[in-house]
Design a protein around this ligand. Structure first.
Ligand SMILES: C[S@@+](CC[C@H](N)C(=O)[O-])C[C@H]1O[C@@H](n2cnc3c(N)ncnc32)[C@H](O)[C@@H]1O
Length: 373
């Protein structure tokens, strides 16, 4: 089939949790079309074909859906950041929640009856960190999956402080001799911090959406049994465990990039370990042969617990961990990890879904699992 010839007009009927609009051809084949909304009638070009589905690209919106909203950003659709500015927030949220449930169903995990949902009350100006690219007088973002610079003078999902520092950053960058990258971060104090041409996340990991992060911290806090030893694994700088310090006996926070020296105000019973989670657990297990009831939080990167899940879970079980909070930003990996833990005898007690990333299809999910000692 000559793909460049295959232009068709179709009706978008659904929104996929991956972000694209969905159309169904008469043959039953599903076509995914990014930047479309349910109700759109669009002329598209198919650029990728598989047995049961195809990927299309909009050539022209023939008749826009009545549900569309106006994107706030002048480079929406060209910048790689947002995929959903044309989708009303209520539909974004509904699609995310259904997406997390779908991810669980795919791995045959029944969503628990105790299920909480935390949409965002402020779906704009929430990001406390952005990564800009620039060359001479131009500053902006890269296009999706490309190094093409899309110049812009603001970002409607970035915090106001970042937008206010834009032109100053542009002027500083224009003096550099080569293409540059600058990470701009708003500190909790409201002060701006910039990292020029540094590796990604040079300042360590920090959740990008503070308001939603507070909701996650509170949810996690409410799940943990007090007066125990808590293992905060993939814990960054203790974002999820520090608020628990008063009610816990002892906290070990393990991360490849924990602070070298404890930050001012770090509680005395919170200990940081700069290490890989598995190697730390194996070492900890050797020196802690007494099995006692402990709790654990695991908040790994996108790929979840990964191939080391069995070894990590075995170490946690041997140490007497009887409750695990598993947090994930990729619903499929998160759900797969839950399913593997359930097969080991853990029971899924509660789940919660949080919107940290409005205007994009990304979503954060958390679960509480328990297992008797
Ligand atoms: C999603 S972040 C969570 C951080 C923290 N819980 C928070 O809420 O800010 C994932 C963290 O995993 C860390 N990480 C990635 N791979 C790791 C590994 N093998 N061992 C330890 N930490 C790791 C990263 O440095 C990052 O801080």
């Amino acid at each position: 089939m000559n793909l460049s010839m295959s232009e068709i007009t179709i009706k978008i009927t659904d929104l996929s949790r991956g972000g694209a609009g969905i159309a169904r051809e008469e043959s039953g084949r599903v076509v995914f079309v990014p930047y479309t909304a349910p109700g759109d009638e669009v002329k598209i070009k198919i650029h990728e074909e598989h047995k049961n589905y195809a990927q299309g690209q909009v050539v022209k919106i023939v008749k826009p859906s009545l549900d569309r909203v106006s994107p706030r950003c002048s480079v929406f659709g060209r910048c790689g950041g947002c995929q959903w500015q044309h989708i009303p927030y209520a539909l974004q949220w509904k699609t995310k929640v259904c997406g997390v449930k779908h991810a669980l169903e795919r791995v045959k995990v029944e969503p628990p009856a105790d299920w909480s949902e935390y949409p965002s009350a402020h779906p704009w100006n929430y990001r406390n960190r952005v990564q800009l690219r620039g060359l001479q007088n131009e500053i902006g973002f890269f296009a999706a999956q490309s190094h093409e610079l899309i110049p812009t003078n603001s970002c409607p999902i970035a915090r106001t402080e970042i937008n206010e520092s834009w032109s100053q950053t542009q002027s500083e960058g224009s003096k550099l001799p080569r293409p540059y990258k600058v990470e701009i971060e708003v500190l909790p104090s409201g002060k701006i911090q910039k990292f020029w041409n540094s590796p990604h996340g040079a300042a360590g990991f920090r959740q990008v959406n503070e308001e939603q992060n507070e909701k996650l911290r509170t949810w996690v806090s409410n799940q943990i049994t007090p007066h125990r030893e808590l293992l905060d694994l993939f814990g960054g700088s203790g974002n999820l465990s520090a608020p628990l310090a008063e009610k816990m006996q002892l906290i070990h926070c393990v991360d490849l990039s924990t602070p070298e020296t404890p930050l001012p105000g770090t509680p005395q019973n919170l200990f940081f370990h700069r290490a890989s989670v598995l190697s730390w657990l194996l070492k900890f297990q050797k020196s802690n042969t007494l099995k006692k009831q402990r709790s654990a939080i695991l908040d790994p990167p996108r790929q979840g617990w990964g191939p080391q899940l069995s070894e990590m879970a075995h170490a946690l079980e041997t140490l007497g961990v009887t409750e695990i909070i598993s947090v994930g930003c990729d619903p499929d990996h998160w759900a797969k990890d839950l399913s593997r833990l359930i097969h080991r005898g853990w029971r899924l007690e509660k789940s919660a879904v949080f919107d940290f990333f409005p205007q994009t299809p990304h979503v954060e999910a958390a679960a509480k699992l328990v297992r008797p000692l």
